[in-house]
Write a protein that binds this ligand. Structure first.
Ligand code: DQA
Length: 142
């Protein structure tokens, strides 16, 4: 079984980017922690990040073509803007789990709407790096 973990714009800056909101863990720290848990569960993780919307669309389509077990997706700012990502999620049978480090509902009004959440299987948000671990746990149960 294989699970994709897809990350959108500015997530490569974790650790130094607004740490009071996103915490001090880097994306590599999160990837490492997830890899450990995935190995214990005998699943393969494919961990990716891009600042480009189209890459996320391509990767969602690839998840379908590769019959991936599940996708864990932090679309970051594209969460709140991208009809293309919404449509890509709708267009595949692979379950997509939306994750966020922060809780967007506690933040700016423009973060309250999620085009990802409207198409995803479910959402985990607000637990920092732990959000990713909880999403992995959910993905393994699907
Ligand atoms: C985020 C929340 C988004 O609103 C924001 O644009 C991000 C990160 C999160 O993980 O908390 O870049 O997706």
């Amino acid at each position: 079984r294989k699970i994709y973990v897809l990350n959108g714009p500015n997530i490569n800056m974790l650790g130094t980017r607004e740490p009071e909101i996103y915490g001090y863990d880097t994306l590599d720290d999160i990837a490492e922690r997830m890899e450990d848990a995935a190995a214990r569960a005998h699943v393969e993780l494919d961990f990716r990040q891009s600042n480009h919307e189209g890459h996320l669309v391509d990767w969602l389509q690839e998840a379908q073509a590769e019959s991936v077990h599940a996708v864990i997706l932090n679309a970051a700012a594209f969460t709140h803007t991208s009809v293309a990502i919404h449509d890509a999620i709708k267009g595949i049978a692979v379950p997509v789990i939306e994750v966020h480090l922060s809780n967007p509902h506690k933040r700016d009004e423009f973060r309250h709407k999620s085009y990802v959440g409207m198409a995803a299987k479910g959402t985990i948000a607000g637990f920092g790096a732990l959000s990713y671990m909880l999403a992995l746990e959910a993905a393994l149960e699907l």
